[in-house]
Design a protein around this ligand. Structure first.
Ligand SMILES: *Cc1c(COP(=O)(O)O)cnc(C)c1O
Length: 365
């Protein structure tokens, strides 16, 4: 039996009627940009994240970039980023003209090492971006302490963690602002590209909205040199439907993770560690193995599709290596060589999940 890594077709099938109705209503309305669906989704998503408001935008990269620009961060400024993340975290900093300053990660979670942040701070540092990688919140208490004592802004990259909590508080509400991606494969995914910014800071949200709408608050009045990055009505309507199902889907992912953690406990693979006080939503279930490539081919031979998040550390990617040729982040580099993501879609069947665990066990027999 073949086990897909993630079948969006299968995930969407039970929601198809609800989605089609919502999309048809938008088509009938004749409004596609800056209408009532986007505003309704912003309010619903803000409430889900425990913040006062949200602003929709085109994707997760733009959400990060709009926050940075909204905070006035640009050329000459430095922003602390984790060495091990999806490259968008770094690109957002580069695209607003600032410099990403990487900090190494914790091997157990892949999240930024809070103790490594202070040594990377310079007089030019303006902000820290904490990524909740694979769906588990970063150590926000410790990171917030560093941010506070150095008067830095704290930005969450919550693109992989819709619905995760840290000490009972939802991600999206744990810093000065948070960026979300609704790329179709994320825990909360649109039917195309979409993103959002959440915050309790009304002034910042207003700046983000203006920057994402050509720098305009009033039609044809342009206050700043903004971009075009808006949440469209069709995506917002789909997201409103999908938000209603997110909690139960996250619970299913948590049940699959619990099964893997138990079933694979006796094998030599390094299992993901859950930090006390964190409730992850398991965007990915990432194991570590020194024979990663051999394990991946063994799983492939057993019909199981896996992925690697991510095979090249950002500082060693062609996009960045020339600007930091002598940089080394040993944990990030080790993770790039050893991580393997097992299927954890909420739409997997119990027997598929068992097949994944049994096949991993078989590799070591
Ligand atoms: C997906 C992702 C992004 C970028 O989101 P897009 O919507 O693809 O632009 C940013 N950061 C992280 C950690 C992500 O996983």
């Amino acid at each position: 039996m073949k086990v897909p890594f993630q079948s969006l077709q299968r995930e969407l099938e039970p929601l198809a009627e609800e989605l089609k109705q919502a999309l048809n209503a938008v088509i009938d309305s004749g409004f596609f940009i800056r209408g009532s669906e986007a505003r309704a989704f912003e309010k619903e998503f803000a409430s889900f994240c425990g913040v006062t408001d949200a602003v929709g935008c085109g994707n997760g990269l733009d959400a990060l970039q709009l926050i940075l620009r909204g905070l006035g961060i640009g050329p000459g400024d430095e922003v602390i980023v984790p060495a091990h993340t999806f490259i968008a975290t770094w690109l957002a900093v580069s695209h607003c003209g600032a410099t990403p300053v990487p900090v190494d990660c914790l091997e157990e979670t892949g999240n930024i090492n809070p103790e490594a942040i202070a040594p990377a701070i310079s007089p030019r540092t303006r902000a820290i971006i904490a990524v909740h990688l694979y769906g588990q919140p970063a150590r926000m208490d410790a990171i917030a302490d560093v941010a506070r004592s150095h008067k830095l802004k704290l930005i969450e990259d919550a693109a992989q963690a819709h619905g995760a909590t840290c000490q009972g508080n939802p991600v999206g509400s744990l810093g000065d602002a948070a960026a979300f991606s609704f790329y179709p494969a994320k825990n909360l995914g649109a039917l195309g590209d979409a993103g959002a910014v959440t915050s309790n800071d009304k002034t910042l949200l207003e700046a983000v909205r203006t920057l994402g709408n050509y720098g305009s608050r009033q039609k044809y009045q342009h206050d700043v040199q903004g971009i075009n990055s808006r949440l469209d009505e069709l995506q917002a309507a789909a997201l409103r439907v999908k938000l209603r199902h997110l909690e139960s889907q996250n619970r299913r992912r948590q049940a699959i993770a619990a099964y893997y953690l138990d079933a694979l406990n006796s094998t030599p693979v390094q299992l993901p560690t859950v930090v006390p006080g964190m409730e992850p939503v398991w965007h990915q279930f990432v194991v570590r193995c020194q024979q990663r490539d051999a394990l991946q081919s063994h799983l492939r031979d057993g019909g199981i599709e896996t992925l690697i998040h991510y095979p090249v550390a950002c500082h060693q990617s062609a996009a960045y290596v020339s600007s930091m040729p002598d940089s080394h982040f040993p944990v990030a580099e080790k993770l790039a060589a050893e991580v393997l993501s097992l299927p954890i879609s909420h739409a997997l069947t119990d027997s598929e999940v068992m097949q994944v665990a049994d096949t991993v066990k078989g590799f070591f027999r």
